[in-house]
Design a protein around this ligand. Sequence first.
Ligand code: KIV
Length: 303
Amino acid sequence: MRKESPVDPSTSEPVGLPVTTMTFRDKKAEDVPVVVVTAYDAGGARLVERAGVDAILVGDSLGMTVLGHDDTLRVTMDDMVRHTAAVSRGASRAMVIGDMPFMSFQVSPEEALANAGRLVVEGGATAVKLEGGRRVAETAGRIVGAGIPVMGHVGLTPQSVHAFGGYSTQAKETGPAIELVEDCVALQEAGCFAIVLECIPAELAERATALLEASTIGIGAGAGCGGQVQVFHDLLGLGEFVPRHARVYAELGEAVVDAVGHYAADVRAGSFPRDEHGTRMDAGALEEFDERLAAASSASEEE
Ligand code: KIV
């Protein structure tokens, strides 16, 4: 039986200290699910923190949700640093995890460490995430060794979309399922405090979760993980399409279209803005202004 996180009954908001890797460890020990959601700016971070999430992932899904790319491959370190810094400014309690974009950690462990450091120093992140299993374990260990908590990410790793030939469920067969567990163990041994399991069969995620000490954070991996992560735009109906693993909790996209449509109609009809939306000059100041304007324009006509 899972326990509920404590909330302030007067506000329904979570109480407690800032979320750290210790929080992940404790929640795993107590079988309390960790709630993670993506956000990409300060406003989004403020809202999801008020909603009580434990951690905010500044995912490289930024490339698709915010920057308008077709995939995550074009996201740069500068993009990630800017958006991680914005999220950090909006969050005070939730852990901020900065995602390491494509080619920011593959070239060498040294370069990866320098880039992870940017997410912490310039972006204000508490932890970083990187995609891959055994092949990135050494790099993950190097970053952990420098004192930066690392979240791993296995299964459907979107930065490998071309290698996978699309965004399909991974590790459905025995061999790949065993390799996935080996990847998780390698990441855990490298010091990762948590591992995202993306789009893998629920039974495999459940077994990996039972086997590992690190927290498993699922997306499209069933309810048997140590926590869940979802993309802000998917939860809120702001995306172009809804992935199978997402539930739309609010149709904000439609609400935006409706609200902006009403605004446009009001402007065209002359019913917005009204007096209460602006200010008026003091009558005396206006009279004097009109006189001086008239004097200035008649002086310029005489020239
Ligand atoms: O970039 C992202 O948003 C992610 C999550 C989907 C796990 O990696």
